[in-house]
Design a protein around this ligand. Sequence first.
Ligand SMILES: [Zn+2]
Length: 491
Amino acid sequence: MKAKQLFANDAVPNEEQMERYYAGSIILQKKALAYACMKNQLEIIWTRTIPTAATDGAYIYINPDFFLSLDNDEQRAFLLGHEVGHVCLRHMDRAMHYDGRGFHSMRGDIQVPWIPQLWNVKADEIINADLIACGLQMIPKGMLNAKVNRNSQLDEIYADAALEKQQDDRPKEKQGGESGDGSSEDPQGDEQSTDTSGTPDDQDDQSSQDGPEADESDEEGQGSGADDSEEPELSDHGGFDDHLTPVYEGDDDQQELDREDDQMQIDQAVQDAIEQANSMAKRLGMRAGTGSGVFGRAVADRKEREHVIDWREELAEFITSRTGGGENSWKHIHRRRYAMYGSLNPTPMGLLSSMNLIEDRSGSAHHLHDLFMGELACLVDTLQPVDGVRVLFVDTEVLDTAVVHTGEELLDLEAPAGGGTCMAPALDRIDEEGWDDADVTLCFTDGELFDDDMQRLVDRDTLIVLDRKPDTYFVGPLLEKTGARYIVVQP
Ligand SMILES: [Zn+2]
């Protein structure tokens, strides 16, 4: 792993105590085979720096005193499985991403807030549900939720819970009751999050530890705190473990590369664990259960992630493949750097003469539009089209046009609002202006075009850039019928 090992492995149990670790590992292997296979590929660090157990998504840290204090080996197996589950599902890396972005996601035009503590609670609920489904005995204080099951998708249940919490918090703010004990207002309490040692409607530990409002602005535990201090930043989300932020060293590019390296290594480890578990299960006549739960989700997440990366790759590939030849100096690290920090060292190409961008202004998702334009701006700066980018804003007619030469100019354009969709006038205008000499034509749209409109775009070798996944009843069939080449912009 390229991530920095946060604590020294300086509290390794003695041989006799280590027996308990082996016993727990054997139970894990019997009941949750894939977890055991995955665990064997990870490094376990014994340390007293953290109070119980933790992971940063790269290493598993265990306090031997806590480990040995657990009731039995079943619970020790549960603990091992729990930390492994976080690594498989990349919970810590994802949290770091949202932390950097400052919000979680967009639901339509609504921004889902980023509440690290809530993310940690939901992450635990999914893993615990899966381990229980595997037949393991949960550790007291483990978080569970009746609405969450082993196949739940964390981003979905997190977004639901975060929006619900935001809703719940609003009237409270108006009433000004923020300094009370708040015991009836804890968000997880409302969601039936329980621990095994309490009654079902017991408030979880979070409210008693942090007070009712603490989690709202609490960035602890998932902050970017890459300092060298030995003091761990604990997530303190109320479960039995801590969720730490991975730390990467070196300059920004290096950190990004190392992070990607680690994620690839984890993807590979998950894949290996699944294959190993499946073949062992076959040999031993047992069920591997790798198609669902944490491992099923890990595979589905990876596929989804690859698809998300795809649209950027495809956009770059589409554009560079239509330049005048020569080598493609496009490096993904530059692209990411631009997206994250808004700067890069352009590599002049001079091979692209010009580009046409048709923008459907019939009303698209703003954040995806911005995401696409950021990506395109980066490409413009890298490829430096000699005659620039001709931008055409269109609804049922051409609303406005502009010619820009740099990414910055492109991003500075004011896009007029429009309604209705017909792209044909844009193509007519391109002909009128003599812009039909462009190497590349892109059309950013929601895809809800008339058949012949789409066909005209396709005939002009236009890359259709969709701001949403094509639906299966209209846009999808239209793309197929016209043979359109398209990409879907996704965050
Ligand atoms: Zn956890």
